[in-house]
Design a protein around this ligand. Structure first.
Ligand code: PEP
Ligand code: MN
Length: 341
């Protein structure tokens, strides 16, 4: 439930409500706004009724939450949540593009990619050092060596780093290097990983599972939020359908739907959704028009030589021309493209 305090509620009123909830075994989350304070409470409602709370001094209203996710819901916070990554703000009306190769392959490849995407206007560099490959015989990533290269690319370009973490045992290590920790689609419901990542104190990019409903996706986000980490960015990356021409089916309806249900920022990854580079640009444009807060796009200095996901990777030239179109669409939608200082 959500307890909305009166605009003139005093600290003592708030403390009394918090204590009452705690005594009844509820987990509480306090959110102090400029106008009013709200308390999110999760627990067994048979132990404390809405009416008992509503009778307390300073309480304006108690709103039951019908959705199973609570902290991720608009009922808890109308939002929007703005996730700060250094001085970049994701979710506040500015569009951020995260771009780079599927995998960190070498120093030369990564630094070249970083320079090129920065010149084209991206603000974050993506690149996997730990790769979730379908086959155990495929290239699995450079691991810590890849993380070091990502850090070097950040030093050189000022781009912020987003990279995937696949195993609770490496969360601490990846968090030493990354600005944003990515949870891949295959791990969306790896609940022990979600909890561990939440505790690392870095923003989390949570990809939608290939067969996850929107509700399951928001419940996965809830695991991170419930650990006290409020910096969650959701990423739609296509879902599995009967269609075989594309790698997945990009569910663009998820953008307005999730924005209606949740205050969290939503970005779109057209590369993994479609799997073919020539359709990445039109769907990236559509994602921005649909209200996405950003994009995650694979770009490789030489896609034909890529060790991973070459067919869906944009060349730097194609990326650059896509960025110009995105700028036009953002302006038409009354939004602007994020920039590095
Ligand atoms: C990725 O972004 O590198 C990736 C593996 O994507 P997904 O988890 O969406 O398949
Ligand atoms: Mn990839």
């Amino acid at each position: 439930m959500i307890v909305i305090m009166n605009h003139n509620a005093e600290d003592v009123d708030i403390d009394r409500v918090l204590q009452k909830l705690k005594d009844a075994g509820f987990q509480t989350h306090l959110s102090r706004g400029v106008e009013r304070t709200i308390i999110g409470a999760i627990g067994d409602k048979t132990r404390l009724s809405d009416h008992a709370l509503e009778a307390m001094p300073g309480v304006e209203k108690v709103v039951p939450i019908l959705q199973p996710y609570k902290l991720a819901s608009r009922a808890y916070m109308d939002g929007p949540t703005v996730v700060k990554v250094g001085d970049l703000e994701i979710g506040g009306g500015t569009i951020h593009v995260m771009a780079g190769p599927c995998a960190v392959e070498s120093r030369e490849q990564l630094l070249q990619a970083a320079q090129l995407i920065r010149a084209a206007g991206a603000t974050l560099l993506r690149g996997g050092a730990y790769k979730p490959r379908t086959s155990p015989y495929s290239f699995q990533g450079l691991e810590e060596e890849g993380l070091k290269l990502l850090a070097e690319a950040r030093e050189q370009t000022g781009l912020r780093i987003v990279t995937e973490v696949m195993d609770p045992r490496t969360v601490e290590l990846v968090a030493e290097y990354a600005d944003v920790l990515q949870i891949g689609a295959r791990n969306m419901q790896n609940f022990s990983l979600l909890r561990e990542v939440a505790r690392a104190g870095k923003p989390v990019l949570l990809k939608r599972g290939p067969s996850a409903t929107i509700e399951e996706w928001l419940l996965a986000a809830e695991y991170i939020l419930a650990e006290g980490n409020r910096d969650v960015i959701l990423c739609e990356r296509g879902v599995r359908t009967f269609e075989t021409y594309t790698r997945n089916t990009l569910d663009l309806t998820a953008v307005p739907v999730v924005k209606y249900l949740s205050h969290l920022p939503v970005i779109v990854d057209p590369s993994h959704a479609i799997g073919k580079w020539r359709f990445v640009e039109p769907m990236a444009c559509a994602a921005i028009a649909a209200g996405a807060d950003g994009l995650l796009v694979e770009v490789h200095p030489n896609p034909a030589e890529a060790l991973c996901d070459g067919p869906q990777s944009l060349t730097p030239e194609n990326f650059s021309s896509m960025m110009q179109k995105l700028g036009d669409i953002a302006r038409a939608m009354g939004r602007k493209m994020g920039k590095l200082k």
